[in-house]
Design a protein around this ligand. Structure first.
Ligand SMILES: [Zn+2]
Length: 276
């Protein structure tokens, strides 16, 4: 499932292909993904010029001229491909946007949204903030995410810190993978009570969250530059993971065996010696 670094990589790739370009044609292959798609989606997109792309949490925001913004969430299995020649439309290619630029407005690239399980989501809205984003917590790489914010938001929480980090109202964009990785880097057990994260622990956790996300975004940027497969999925790059998915393997720091436990229905991976 794409998390913040993957979505940021998608945003950067889409920005290069879509910003200041016109949507010449929109193919909408079905009426719904996770939820019904907006009414008359294709005609509301066609002819629009795309402005500066933004990201909020795991959402990509694409402002259009004439005042609407397109909101995109890739869900569990959604992916984006960008083609320089018109691709055949595959079974799970639900939306294809033909982008053009220049005076002639000749087609220049094709943006394909593929989503076999259809947990993804796309909406069009007017106004400042989409209702889904109103209660979202601060961006973890932004200035309003700090140890003070984290301590205040966790105070009194009795559940485990791992589960709290997945709460998008606490901090935006963190999913299962980077929650596990950040807790490892901070030396904190995923089972630790959220409300006990204070002082130096809060400082370490904020620094670790920023660090794992920033280096993953860097890896995403590298994968974009090195992108050689035509039609490859954007945003899925090789992640450098220290604990996630490595249960039974040895911790690179201390040599203990990495464990997997289930918390709120999600797998957590951690080193029982390094993380307390
Ligand atoms: Zn260890």
């Amino acid at each position: 499932m794409p998390e913040l670094p993957e979505v940021e990589t998608v945003r950067r790739a889409l920005a290069a292909a879509m910003e200041d370009r016109q949507i010449l044609h929109a193919h909408v292959g079905r009426p719904d993904l996770r939820w019904p798609l907006p009414d008359r989606l294709a005609s509301r997109l066609e002819g629009r010029v795309v402005g500066g792309l933004q990201r909020r949490g795991k959402y990509v925001l694409l402002p259009l001229d004439q005042g609407e913004t397109m909101l995109l969430h890739l869900g569990m299995s959604g992916s984006i491909r960008i083609h320089q020649a018109q691709p055949p439309i595959g079974k799970h290619d639900h939306i294809v946007l033909t982008m053009g630029s220049g005076m002639a407005n000749a087609p220049e690239s094709w943006i394909v949204l593929n989503d076999p399980r259809r947990f993804g989501w796309l909406d069009l809205y007017r106004g400042e903030v989409h209702p889904m984003l109103v209660d979202m917590g601060p961006e973890p790489l932004g200035n309003s995410f700090s140890a003070d914010h984290l301590v205040a938001a966790l105070a009194g929480r009795k559940g485990p810190i791992k589960t709290a980090l997945l709460d998008q109202a606490l901090v935006a964009g963190i999913g299962n993978i980077y929650a596990c990785e950040a807790l490892f880097m901070a030396g904190l057990s995923p089972r630790r009570k959220a409300g006990t994260i204070r002082g130096g622990r809060a400082d370490r956790l904020v620094a670790a969250i920023r660090s794992v996300l920033a280096s993953a975004i860097e890896d995403g940027g590298t994968s974009l530059r090195d992108h050689v497969q035509p039609g490859g999925e954007i945003g899925y790059f090789v992640q450098r993971l220290t604990v996630y998915g490595r249960d039974g393997q040895l911790c690179g720091t201390c040599g203990a065996t990495i464990r997997r436990i289930t918390q709120s229905g999600r797998s957590s991976f951690y080193c029982p010696d390094c993380q307390r």
